[in-house]
Design a protein around this ligand. Sequence first.
Ligand SMILES: Cc1ncc(COP(=O)(O)O)c(C=O)c1O
Length: 433
Amino acid sequence: MSAMEPETRVLSQTRTRIASSSSNLEAGLARSSVDAAAERYRALSRAIAGRPLPLALLDLDVLDRNAQDLLKRAGGLPIRLGTKSIRCVEVLRRMLALSPRFQGLLCYSAREAAWLASLGFDDLLVAYPTVDAADLDAVAAQLQRGKRIVLMVDDPVQISLIEARARALGVCFLLSIDVDMSSRFPGIYFGMRRSPLTAPAAVVGLAKLIAQTPQTLKLVGLMGYEGQIAGLQDAVPGQGLKNAMLRMLKRRSVRELSARRQAAVQALREAGFALEFVNGGGTGSLESTAADPSVTEIAAGSGLYSPGLFDHFEQFHNPPALCFALQVVRQPTPDIVTCGGGGYIASGPAGADRLPRPYLPAGMQLIAQEGAGEVQTPVVLPAGVQIKIGEPLFFRHAKAGELAERFEQLLLLQGGEIAGAAATYRGQHQCFL
Ligand SMILES: Cc1ncc(COP(=O)(O)O)c(C=O)c1O
C-alpha cells in the first residue's frame, strides 16, 4: 500500500467512469499516477539529501490543507485538537493560529495538560480519567495559576479520590462526564470499553454526586466519543462485504448514540446542570457528530497527519502529511533492499494493519515473515525500480501521533524545501503514556 493512494484513488475512480470510452486515456491516467509517485519520491529524496537517517518528515502544505478540510467537514463547529495524534508543540501552535475554529486541546494525560499549560496553552480537556496523585497535583498547580484544565470522570470512585485530593490541595477541580457511546447489537458489541454511563439517569446520578462538594468539584462539560464511527475504516479495498456491513452498523449506531448523547444533555439540563461544552467525535466522524445538535465542539487530530489507518473512509480522504525516511543499508537480492530501523508498530489489536505502510517509491512491499524490524526492515521493490545502498525509502506510520515517540524532531517541508524542524514531545524530553 502506498501513500500515493490519494492520487491513485482519485484516478482509479475517474478511470471507472471513463473506462469504457477510452482505454488509451485509462493507460495515460495510470501512467500519470505512477509518474506523480516517482516525482514525489525524487522531490522528497532531494529535500532530505545529506541529512542523517532515519528521520521524520512533515509536509506543512499538506498539513494545512488537511486542517482546512477538517474544518470544512466539521460544519461550523469548533475543533478541539486531539494532542495524542499530534505530539508536537509547534504543530499545535500552528494549528491554533491557522483558524479561530481550532479551539482548545483534548489531552491524553493530565501531566501532559499541565505541561502544555506551563508552556502557555489554555483550555485543556483531559480525555481520559486519572486518579493519580502526581497527575492531580500537577493539574492543581496550573489551576492555581489561572489555567483551565478539565478532568474526565465516569465513576463515583474517581470522584471520591479526586475530591479528597482537591480538599488536601485547597483547589476546585473542573470535571467533565464521559458518556458511553457504544452500541450493542445482537451478537456484536460495537464501540469502545470506556465509560460505564449509558443511561441518562446514570449520568445525572454522577453529576449530582459531583454537585455535593461545590468547593472542591465543579461539573463543566460532557463528552461522548463514538470511536466505532470516528476510528473504523469503512472503505478498505478488497473488503466489500465487510465495508458494507460496517457502514450499515455505523448508520444504526450513529442514530442510537446521537439520541443518547442528546438525552444525557437534556436530562442534565432538566436536573439544573448548565454545561459549558459537549464534546464528541473524531476525525472519522466529523459529519455525523456535527449533525448532533447537542454537540458544541468536536475533537480531532488524526486527519492532520493522515496516517495509514485513515486512508480508507467513505466520507473523506486526506493525503499523508507525515512520513519517515529510512536508509537502504544492504541488498540481499536484486529485488529486495534492507533498511536500517523501521519497526514503528502502531498500538491496538496486533495485526498487519498496525505495520508501517511502505510509501515511496510506490509499490514497495514489506516481507510477511519479517514485517518492520527492530533494526532492519527488508522491502521488495516494485519491478523496474532500483534503489542503491545509501538512498532513502519513505514509509508512513499506521497511526498519527505515535511516530512522534520515535523521533526527537519532525523535519518540516514547505514549498518542497526543508523549512526547519519542530521538536516532538520526545525531543522535549516528555513522555506521558
Ligand atoms: C476521546 C477521544 N476523542 C476523540 C478522538 C479522535 O481523535 P482523532 O481525530 O485523532 O482520531 C479520540 C481518539 O482516540 C478519543 O479517544
